[in-house]
Design a protein around this ligand. Sequence first.
Ligand code: KG4
Length: 333
Amino acid sequence: MLILAFESSCDETAVSVVRDGREVLSDAIASQADLHAIYGGVVPEIASRKHVEAVALLADQALREAGVSREEIDAVAVTYGPGLIGALLVGVSFAKSVAFALGKPLIPVHHLRGHIAANYIAFPELEPPFLALCISGGNTMLVDVRGYTDMEIVGATRDDAAGECFDKIARVLGLPYPGGKPMDDLARGGDDRAYALPRSHVADSELDMSFSGLKTAVVNLVHNAAQKGEAIDRPGLAASVAAAVSDELVPRTIAAARQLGRSTVVAAGGVAANSRIRADLERACRENGLRLYLPPLRLCGDNAAMIGAQAYYESQCSPYADMELNAYANLPI
Ligand code: KG4
């Protein structure tokens, strides 16, 4: 089954052609990150306008690179939530028009299900059930993936997402947006014990997380140092932040896998590119006898190949969307 997939939930416009959920024939992406960097974060209206400009050209590119004609496509897939509503609406409207014009079925895909499915592309042998750690700019959650389309959130952040925490801290350190990668680079060679940063404890939940206390602690630390004219050990602070975020995520991931009796752990989302989190997950899974799948870096961030991958499995289990399909800023997994 050949699927033409669209992704436009944030600041990447992406179109991909995927065969049978696993084989990526093309993966065209236009990132707007440089544009939003001027403002220190994504400006929703600018994101929507850039999607409008880019989407048709990228669709053309994706088909050309895949060597596939419009008529050969079997179905059209699109991210319909969660994300920035104006940005999502561009992808949904365009995908609906393509499906309508070609007379092909339309498959709606949840953005985070897509991030998880990025692993099906990288690892042909991977199949549910497994425990997924989904860590992106807007979401942080532990998901019990019982089947390709049967999932339950078993733990989640109570406030900020892990990526948001990295991005906000990067901003006070004067690093460019999005700050996760620059923070990761800065942390290399830094002493992760340079600063004693808080670890959260969510009173009534073993698996829920919190990042706002960490973010506020670091923002205050940087501002206090500036007021007193004290220098910051920047690599040490970046390494200490990465250790604190990882300490929030990794032990809970192991605890969730144990509680659910899962023997496989999968990471997903932009923050899954973080070198400290990857190293800690590798060590913790090895020590606990768990199989770990870490997506290659190019599949961690937003892309449409992951949407095409998940769409294939959605098409096996769920009805196609009708022409009333809408976009949703918030959407349960
Ligand atoms: O999954 P993604 O591309 O978009 C969303 O769906 O949100 O994730 C973007 C997030 C941003 O917060 C970015 O700073 C973060 O992923 N990120 C990283 C790294 N690379 C990207 N965070 C930590 N370390 C990285 N190496």
